[in-house]
Write a protein that binds this ligand. Sequence first.
Ligand code: SAH
Length: 213
Amino acid sequence: MTDSYRHKGLRRKLIDTVAGKGIIDKRILEAMAKVPRHYFMDSGFVEFAYKDQAFPIGSGQTISQPYTVAFQTELLNLKKHDKILEVGTGSGYQCVILLELGAKVFTIERHRELYLKSRSLLTQMGYKPYFFYGDGYQGLPNHAPFDKIIITAGAPEIPNELLKQLKIGGRMIVPVGGSNGQLMISVDRIGEDEFEKTEHGAFAFVPMLKGKQ
Ligand code: SAH
């Protein structure tokens, strides 16, 4: 894995694109400028790593579009040391951006191959989230509650079990919808049984599926 001046230059341009689409949080843009996105894609596809596009990562899944990663991260409104549950480790890129922002990340993936691949890559890169192979619909009850929950696959509805694993005062970001696209929703847990939902526009994710694969 090499990170050349050319890669760094392409990354700067990508950051300008993402900023131009409305991302204003400098810490997020800096994290994205630092992390070599091409490490998360097969070597033959390096050319595509710095386009603002989603891209296949194997097992029928995709690495999210950089703008989408930035947008979801911005909505999380991260505080340093926030304890976060990420559903859908995928390539591990979103997870690394969260780690760069000082969060403690618990990440779960239902595809065994992707779980193994991202665990090995992130470990090699020196990142230390807590990795889990399992079904994100169940969450991680033994590690709950979480300050924030980020779902990086399209959920048919807001997963109820996960709402229970959110701290009071915490926030979940989840794209909700079917195969025609999803609406980005933030859910703030205001009290034991009190939640406030806000919509943040249309996106297209691979589906959040039940069970392990
Ligand atoms: N955050 C990832 C995005 C990957 S795409 C990245 O930065 O690359 C979404 C991922 O969610 C896929 O890897 C898919 O396998 C996973 N996924 C879908 N349903 C899931 C579930 N129920 N539990 C855990 N992971 C799930």
